[in-house]
Write a protein that binds this ligand. Structure first.
Ligand code: HEC
Length: 278
Protein backbone atom coordinates (compact mmCIF):
# COMPACT_ATOMS: atom_id res chain seq x y z
CA UNK A 1 0.00 0.00 0.00
CA UNK A 2 2.68 2.47 1.05
CA UNK A 3 4.75 2.36 -2.14
CA UNK A 4 1.62 2.85 -4.24
CA UNK A 5 0.59 5.86 -2.18
CA UNK A 6 4.07 7.34 -2.31
CA UNK A 7 4.31 6.69 -5.99
CA UNK A 8 0.94 8.34 -6.42
CA UNK A 9 1.92 11.43 -4.46
CA UNK A 10 5.16 11.64 -6.37
CA UNK A 11 3.48 11.33 -9.76
CA UNK A 12 0.86 13.87 -8.71
CA UNK A 13 3.65 16.23 -7.73
CA UNK A 14 5.27 15.83 -11.12
CA UNK A 15 1.89 16.44 -12.62
CA UNK A 16 1.50 19.73 -10.76
CA UNK A 17 4.99 20.83 -11.64
CA UNK A 18 4.50 19.67 -15.21
CA UNK A 19 1.16 21.42 -15.26
CA UNK A 20 2.62 24.76 -14.19
CA UNK A 21 2.63 27.99 -16.16
CA UNK A 22 3.71 26.54 -19.51
CA UNK A 23 1.25 23.72 -19.99
CA UNK A 24 -2.02 24.50 -21.73
CA UNK A 25 -5.38 22.81 -21.17
CA UNK A 26 -4.71 20.02 -23.67
CA UNK A 27 -1.36 19.13 -22.05
CA UNK A 28 -3.03 19.17 -18.62
CA UNK A 29 -5.78 16.88 -19.81
CA UNK A 30 -3.35 14.43 -21.41
CA UNK A 31 -1.17 14.38 -18.27
CA UNK A 32 -4.15 13.72 -15.99
CA UNK A 33 -5.46 10.93 -18.20
CA UNK A 34 -2.01 9.35 -18.34
CA UNK A 35 -1.81 9.55 -14.55
CA UNK A 36 -5.09 7.68 -13.97
CA UNK A 37 -4.28 5.18 -16.69
CA UNK A 38 -1.11 4.30 -14.84
CA UNK A 39 -2.76 4.34 -11.43
CA UNK A 40 -5.78 2.24 -12.46
CA UNK A 41 -4.55 0.03 -15.31
CA UNK A 42 -7.68 -2.14 -15.05
CA UNK A 43 -10.19 0.71 -15.23
CA UNK A 44 -11.09 2.18 -18.62
CA UNK A 45 -10.76 5.96 -18.46
CA UNK A 46 -14.38 6.45 -19.53
CA UNK A 47 -15.55 4.31 -16.59
CA UNK A 48 -14.52 7.09 -14.18
CA UNK A 49 -17.77 8.83 -15.11
CA UNK A 50 -19.28 6.48 -12.50
CA UNK A 51 -17.04 8.02 -9.84
CA UNK A 52 -16.06 5.87 -6.89
CA UNK A 53 -18.29 3.06 -8.24
CA UNK A 54 -15.75 2.49 -11.00
CA UNK A 55 -13.19 1.58 -8.32
CA UNK A 56 -15.07 -0.59 -5.83
CA UNK A 57 -17.00 -3.70 -6.94
CA UNK A 58 -19.13 -4.02 -3.77
CA UNK A 59 -20.18 -0.40 -3.75
CA UNK A 60 -20.86 -0.65 -7.48
CA UNK A 61 -23.33 -3.52 -6.92
CA UNK A 62 -25.23 -1.54 -4.28
CA UNK A 63 -25.25 1.48 -6.55
CA UNK A 64 -26.59 -0.44 -9.55
CA UNK A 65 -29.42 -1.64 -7.36
CA UNK A 66 -30.21 1.96 -6.46
CA UNK A 67 -30.15 2.92 -10.16
CA UNK A 68 -32.78 0.23 -10.90
CA UNK A 69 -35.38 2.64 -9.53
CA UNK A 70 -33.63 5.94 -10.16
CA UNK A 71 -34.33 8.34 -7.30
CA UNK A 72 -33.84 11.30 -9.67
CA UNK A 73 -36.71 10.34 -11.97
CA UNK A 74 -39.20 12.71 -10.34
CA UNK A 75 -36.76 15.59 -10.80
CA UNK A 76 -36.50 14.81 -14.52
CA UNK A 77 -40.32 14.88 -14.83
CA UNK A 78 -40.57 18.14 -12.88
CA UNK A 79 -37.81 19.59 -15.02
CA UNK A 80 -39.60 18.61 -18.25
CA UNK A 81 -42.67 20.46 -17.05
CA UNK A 82 -40.65 23.55 -16.16
CA UNK A 83 -38.93 23.40 -19.55
CA UNK A 84 -42.27 23.38 -21.34
CA UNK A 85 -43.76 26.23 -19.29
CA UNK A 86 -43.55 29.61 -21.03
CA UNK A 87 -41.48 32.37 -19.44
CA UNK A 88 -43.11 35.65 -18.30
CA UNK A 89 -42.88 37.28 -21.74
CA UNK A 90 -44.18 34.18 -23.54
CA UNK A 91 -40.77 33.05 -24.76
CA UNK A 92 -39.36 29.60 -23.99
CA UNK A 93 -36.18 28.06 -22.64
CA UNK A 94 -35.84 26.39 -26.01
CA UNK A 95 -35.63 29.78 -27.79
CA UNK A 96 -33.28 31.13 -25.18
CA UNK A 97 -30.90 28.17 -24.86
CA UNK A 98 -30.47 28.10 -28.62
CA UNK A 99 -29.20 25.50 -31.07
CA UNK A 100 -29.99 21.92 -30.16
CA UNK A 101 -31.83 22.79 -26.92
CA UNK A 102 -32.46 20.98 -24.64
CA UNK A 103 -29.35 18.98 -25.65
CA UNK A 104 -26.83 21.64 -24.59
CA UNK A 105 -25.11 20.35 -21.47
CA UNK A 106 -22.00 19.25 -23.39
CA UNK A 107 -21.10 22.88 -24.19
CA UNK A 108 -21.16 24.14 -20.60
CA UNK A 109 -19.52 25.76 -18.78
CA UNK A 110 -18.44 28.08 -21.56
CA UNK A 111 -16.43 31.26 -21.76
CA UNK A 112 -18.71 34.26 -22.32
CA UNK A 113 -16.81 36.95 -24.25
CA UNK A 114 -19.36 39.59 -23.22
CA UNK A 115 -18.84 39.28 -19.46
CA UNK A 116 -15.27 38.02 -19.85
CA UNK A 117 -16.15 35.24 -17.39
CA UNK A 118 -17.07 31.59 -17.31
CA UNK A 119 -20.79 31.04 -17.73
CA UNK A 120 -22.34 27.88 -16.30
CA UNK A 121 -25.56 26.35 -17.53
CA UNK A 122 -27.27 27.40 -14.30
CA UNK A 123 -26.32 31.02 -14.97
CA UNK A 124 -27.54 30.73 -18.54
CA UNK A 125 -30.90 29.46 -17.27
CA UNK A 126 -31.24 32.33 -14.80
CA UNK A 127 -30.17 34.68 -17.61
CA UNK A 128 -33.07 33.37 -19.70
CA UNK A 129 -35.42 33.92 -16.78
CA UNK A 130 -34.40 37.48 -15.93
CA UNK A 131 -34.28 38.55 -19.61
CA UNK A 132 -37.90 37.38 -19.90
CA UNK A 133 -38.96 39.21 -16.73
CA UNK A 134 -38.97 36.21 -14.39
CA UNK A 135 -37.26 36.02 -10.99
CA UNK A 136 -33.95 34.14 -10.98
CA UNK A 137 -33.97 30.81 -9.16
CA UNK A 138 -31.93 29.88 -6.11
CA UNK A 139 -28.86 28.03 -7.43
CA UNK A 140 -29.27 25.34 -4.77
CA UNK A 141 -33.05 25.17 -5.05
CA UNK A 142 -35.38 22.46 -6.34
CA UNK A 143 -36.53 24.24 -9.54
CA UNK A 144 -32.98 24.80 -10.78
CA UNK A 145 -31.95 21.23 -9.96
CA UNK A 146 -35.05 19.80 -11.66
CA UNK A 147 -34.55 21.76 -14.88
CA UNK A 148 -30.86 20.80 -14.80
CA UNK A 149 -31.86 17.14 -14.32
CA UNK A 150 -34.12 17.29 -17.39
CA UNK A 151 -31.41 18.93 -19.54
CA UNK A 152 -28.80 16.45 -18.27
CA UNK A 153 -31.11 13.56 -19.13
CA UNK A 154 -31.77 14.89 -22.63
CA UNK A 155 -28.02 15.44 -23.09
CA UNK A 156 -27.06 11.90 -22.01
CA UNK A 157 -24.37 10.25 -24.12
CA UNK A 158 -23.30 13.54 -25.70
CA UNK A 159 -19.55 14.03 -25.59
CA UNK A 160 -18.26 16.79 -23.33
CA UNK A 161 -16.75 19.45 -25.56
CA UNK A 162 -15.79 22.47 -23.47
CA UNK A 163 -13.56 25.07 -25.13
CA UNK A 164 -10.95 27.43 -23.79
CA UNK A 165 -10.84 29.97 -26.63
CA UNK A 166 -7.81 31.98 -27.58
CA UNK A 167 -8.66 34.86 -25.25
CA UNK A 168 -6.40 35.77 -22.31
CA UNK A 169 -9.45 36.10 -20.03
CA UNK A 170 -10.58 32.55 -20.83
CA UNK A 171 -7.10 31.22 -20.20
CA UNK A 172 -6.89 33.16 -16.94
CA UNK A 173 -10.21 31.64 -15.82
CA UNK A 174 -9.01 28.16 -16.69
CA UNK A 175 -5.71 28.69 -14.85
CA UNK A 176 -7.54 30.06 -11.83
CA UNK A 177 -9.69 26.92 -11.69
CA UNK A 178 -6.63 24.73 -12.05
CA UNK A 179 -4.86 26.56 -9.26
CA UNK A 180 -7.90 26.18 -7.02
CA UNK A 181 -7.83 22.45 -7.65
CA UNK A 182 -4.16 22.04 -6.68
CA UNK A 183 -4.07 24.51 -3.75
CA UNK A 184 -4.09 23.18 -0.20
CA UNK A 185 -6.62 24.74 2.14
CA UNK A 186 -8.50 24.37 5.40
CA UNK A 187 -7.36 23.24 8.80
CA UNK A 188 -6.55 19.83 7.32
CA UNK A 189 -4.47 21.46 4.58
CA UNK A 190 -5.75 19.32 1.71
CA UNK A 191 -6.09 20.29 -1.93
CA UNK A 192 -8.79 18.79 -4.14
CA UNK A 193 -5.91 16.96 -5.81
CA UNK A 194 -4.73 15.49 -2.48
CA UNK A 195 -7.86 13.36 -2.27
CA UNK A 196 -8.92 12.98 -5.90
CA UNK A 197 -5.50 12.60 -7.55
CA UNK A 198 -2.80 11.57 -5.06
CA UNK A 199 -5.12 9.39 -2.95
CA UNK A 200 -7.70 8.47 -5.61
CA UNK A 201 -8.82 4.87 -5.14
CA UNK A 202 -7.88 4.83 -1.45
CA UNK A 203 -10.47 4.48 1.28
CA UNK A 204 -11.29 7.49 3.42
CA UNK A 205 -13.39 6.33 6.35
CA UNK A 206 -16.30 4.43 4.75
CA UNK A 207 -15.77 6.03 1.33
CA UNK A 208 -13.65 5.25 -1.69
CA UNK A 209 -12.03 8.34 -3.22
CA UNK A 210 -13.02 8.91 -6.85
CA UNK A 211 -10.77 10.14 -9.65
CA UNK A 212 -11.25 13.76 -10.72
CA UNK A 213 -11.61 12.56 -14.29
CA UNK A 214 -15.37 12.27 -14.80
CA UNK A 215 -16.18 14.53 -11.86
CA UNK A 216 -18.52 16.66 -13.95
CA UNK A 217 -20.17 14.10 -16.27
CA UNK A 218 -23.22 13.22 -14.18
CA UNK A 219 -24.75 16.27 -12.47
CA UNK A 220 -27.12 17.01 -10.94
CA UNK A 221 -26.99 14.12 -8.50
CA UNK A 222 -29.55 12.57 -6.16
CA UNK A 223 -27.66 11.86 -2.97
CA UNK A 224 -29.03 9.65 -0.23
CA UNK A 225 -27.35 11.98 2.22
CA UNK A 226 -29.11 15.06 0.78
CA UNK A 227 -32.40 13.23 0.13
CA UNK A 228 -32.76 15.40 -2.97
CA UNK A 229 -31.18 16.23 -6.29
CA UNK A 230 -28.43 18.83 -5.98
CA UNK A 231 -25.80 20.55 -8.11
CA UNK A 232 -22.05 20.15 -8.53
CA UNK A 233 -21.32 23.30 -6.54
CA UNK A 234 -23.11 21.82 -3.54
CA UNK A 235 -20.55 19.01 -3.67
CA UNK A 236 -17.73 21.60 -3.90
CA UNK A 237 -19.12 23.25 -0.77
CA UNK A 238 -19.16 19.91 1.02
CA UNK A 239 -15.64 18.91 -0.07
CA UNK A 240 -14.33 22.32 1.05
CA UNK A 241 -16.08 21.99 4.41
CA UNK A 242 -14.71 18.47 4.90
CA UNK A 243 -11.18 19.86 5.20
CA UNK A 244 -12.54 22.64 7.45
CA UNK A 245 -12.03 25.34 4.87
CA UNK A 246 -14.61 28.09 4.57
CA UNK A 247 -16.73 27.10 1.56
CA UNK A 248 -17.62 29.62 -1.14
CA UNK A 249 -21.04 30.45 -2.55
CA UNK A 250 -22.55 28.26 -5.27
CA UNK A 251 -21.83 29.95 -8.61
CA UNK A 252 -19.09 32.18 -7.16
CA UNK A 253 -16.41 33.05 -9.71
CA UNK A 254 -13.90 30.66 -8.12
CA UNK A 255 -16.30 27.70 -8.23
CA UNK A 256 -17.23 28.49 -11.83
CA UNK A 257 -13.56 28.55 -12.78
CA UNK A 258 -13.03 25.30 -10.90
CA UNK A 259 -15.93 23.75 -12.82
CA UNK A 260 -14.40 25.06 -16.08
CA UNK A 261 -11.06 23.37 -15.33
CA UNK A 262 -12.63 20.12 -14.10
CA UNK A 263 -15.01 19.88 -17.04
CA UNK A 264 -12.21 20.52 -19.50
CA UNK A 265 -10.36 17.59 -17.90
CA UNK A 266 -13.39 15.41 -18.76
CA UNK A 267 -13.57 16.56 -22.37
CA UNK A 268 -14.20 13.60 -24.66
CA UNK A 269 -16.14 11.68 -21.99
CA UNK A 270 -19.85 10.92 -22.33
CA UNK A 271 -22.43 12.76 -20.24
CA UNK A 272 -24.27 10.35 -17.93
CA UNK A 273 -26.42 12.52 -15.73
CA UNK A 274 -28.42 12.76 -13.71
CA UNK A 275 -27.01 10.11 -11.40
CA UNK A 276 -27.38 8.79 -7.87
CA UNK A 277 -24.70 8.74 -5.22
CA UNK A 278 -24.54 7.82 -1.55
C1 HEC B 1 -10.38 15.03 2.38
C2 HEC B 1 -10.56 14.48 1.08
C3 HEC B 1 -11.28 15.32 0.04
C4 HEC B 1 -10.90 16.53 -0.47
C5 HEC B 1 -9.72 17.39 -0.05
C6 HEC B 1 -11.84 16.84 -1.51
N1 HEC B 1 -12.77 15.85 -1.64
FE1 HEC B 1 -14.14 15.65 -3.09
N2 HEC B 1 -14.84 13.95 -2.23
C7 HEC B 1 -14.31 13.35 -1.12
C8 HEC B 1 -15.08 12.17 -0.78
C9 HEC B 1 -14.83 11.23 0.39
C10 HEC B 1 -16.09 12.08 -1.76
C11 HEC B 1 -17.17 10.98 -1.88
C12 HEC B 1 -16.54 9.77 -2.53
C13 HEC B 1 -16.14 10.09 -3.93
O1 HEC B 1 -17.03 10.17 -4.80
O2 HEC B 1 -14.93 10.34 -4.18
C14 HEC B 1 -15.89 13.19 -2.66
C15 HEC B 1 -16.67 13.43 -3.78
C16 HEC B 1 -16.44 14.45 -4.70
C17 HEC B 1 -17.19 14.64 -5.91
C18 HEC B 1 -18.36 13.79 -6.38
C19 HEC B 1 -17.89 12.64 -7.22
C20 HEC B 1 -19.03 11.90 -7.86
O3 HEC B 1 -18.79 10.84 -8.45
O4 HEC B 1 -20.17 12.36 -7.82
C21 HEC B 1 -16.67 15.73 -6.53
C22 HEC B 1 -17.14 16.34 -7.83
C23 HEC B 1 -15.60 16.22 -5.70
N3 HEC B 1 -15.48 15.42 -4.60
C24 HEC B 1 -14.84 17.34 -6.00
C25 HEC B 1 -13.88 17.87 -5.12
C26 HEC B 1 -13.23 19.14 -5.34
C27 HEC B 1 -13.43 20.02 -6.55
C28 HEC B 1 -12.42 19.34 -4.27
C29 HEC B 1 -11.60 20.58 -3.94
C30 HEC B 1 -12.39 21.77 -3.73
C31 HEC B 1 -12.53 18.17 -3.41
N4 HEC B 1 -13.45 17.33 -3.95
C32 HEC B 1 -11.80 17.99 -2.28
C33 HEC B 1 -13.19 13.76 -0.43
C34 HEC B 1 -12.47 14.90 -0.69
Amino acid sequence: MLPTLRQGVYTALLLVIGASAMAGPEEDRAALRAFYEQRFPDVALDAHGDGAYALDADKRDQWLEMEDFPPYEIAIDDGAELYDSPLADGSSYEDCLGDGAPVVKQHFPRFDPESGQVETLEQRINGCRTAAGDEPWDYLGAEMSSLMAFIAYESRDETIAVEVPDDPRAQAAYNDGKEFFYTRRGQLNFACSSCHVSMAGNALRAERLSAALGHTTHWPVYRLKWKEVGPLHKRFIECNSQVRAVPLEAQSESYRNLEYFLTYMSNGMALNGPASRK
